[in-house]
Write a protein that binds this ligand. Structure first.
Ligand SMILES: NC(=O)c1ccc[n+]([C@@H]2O[C@H](COP(=O)([O-])OP(=O)(O)OC[C@H]3O[C@@H](n4cnc5c(N)ncnc54)[C@H](OP(=O)(O)O)[C@@H]3O)[C@@H](O)[C@H]2O)c1
Length: 280
């Protein structure tokens, strides 16, 4: 039975991935930072009849101590063998740079970027020793182009893609694959849980509010079932020779196709038109 550690399984794509992989016969270590939020995962696993294939563990990707404790505990249970990790945990913070507190910018980078590096480092000795391992990173179509009010989130996804593309060179000789899964919009908690900064008196306030409203309309009409992403993650994990990138959904595939082909100033014009942004 192949084994996988997944981060951020309390909701959304991580939860769906835990259920899908368990249903396909994987032994799943479903981790989350707050075990009090495991109820929805437990219920979904019971409904799918796969609760016996899944161990739920605490893991906060922003804490090196938590990463090490979870890795040690999971590897102790598998006899120091693990086939794959899915770096799924992710957060965002929306607004203009001058309005977002520094602590928030760092929280997003700590979670989406340094969290991936920290957990990867904890698992690499095992992957190297067994001479195989698959590292799947849930990135985003936000890695393909800049998005208004979403700069720090985009920056973390661009950063993790540059890191992944570079690190793949040093891991390939050990039989370790690095894979990016890049979803477009999906119906998950991230839209509601992302803090939005629009302080009174901000020179950006009305523009930011206009973008938030347009982004909400986009998310409401275009978001799809996160199970779609989970199935692509399963494909990336199970492929004999995985691709490096898996854009997921029509938006991500289109944006991936146009990446580098269309001048950025044109893209910005198209984005402003799409979001009906009046500020030049
Ligand atoms: N939904 C989309 O449209 C979309 C599109 C492209 C990419 N993505 C990416 O998909 C991934 C999953 O997000 P989602 O859309 O499924 O949103 P979600 O439902 O909000 O799930 C995010 C998960 O990350 C967890 N998390 C946050 N901070 C963490 C930390 N410090 N340590 C461990 N876990 C942490 C959350 O736990 P809590 O419940 O404790 O907060 C939650 O389980 C993210 O990397 C996101 O960037 C999403």
């Amino acid at each position: 039975m192949r084994s996988v550690l997944i981060t951020g399984t309390s909701s959304g794509i991580g939860l769906a991935t835990a259920v899908v992989l368990a249903s396909r016969g994987w032994r799943v270590f479903a981790t989350m930072r707050n075990l009090k939020k495991r109820g929805l995962l437990d219920e979904s696993l019971r409904t799918a009849g796969v609760q016996d294939k899944v161990c739920v563990e605490g893991l906060d990707v922003t804490s090196q101590a938590s990463i090490q404790a979870a890795a040690d505990s999971i590897l102790a249970r598998t006899g120091n063998a693990l086939d794959a990790v899915v770096h799924n945990a992710g957060v965002a913070a929306a607004g203009a740079l001058e309005d977002i507190p520094d602590s928030e910018l760092r929280r997003v980078m700590e979670t989406n970027f340094f969290g991936v590096l920290g957990l990867t480092r904890a698992l690499l000795p095992t992957f190297r020793a067994q001479r195989h391992g698959r590292i799947v990173i849930v990135s985003s179509e936000a890695a393909f182009y800049g998005q208004p009010t979403n700069a720090i989130y985009c920056a973390t996804k661009w950063a993790i893609e540059g890191w992944a593309e570079s690190t793949a060179y040093e891991l390939e000789p050990f039989g370790i694959d690095v894979v990016l899964v890049e979803p477009g919009p999906y119906r998950t908690e991230i839209w509601a849980s992302t803090p939005r900064f629009q302080p009174a008196g901000s020179p950006y306030r009305s523009w930011v509010q206009q973008v938030f409203a347009a982004a909400d309309a986009h998310a409401t009409t275009m978001s799809r079932d996160p199970k779609e992403v989970a199935l692509v993650i399963a494909r990336a994990l199970e492929a004999r020779q995985p691709r490096f990138r898996y854009p997921v959904g029509i938006f991500a595939r289109l944006n991936h196709f146009f990446r580098g082909k269309v001048p950025t100033t044109w893209l910005r014009k198209a984005m402003k038109l799409y979001l009906s942004m009046s500020r030049s």
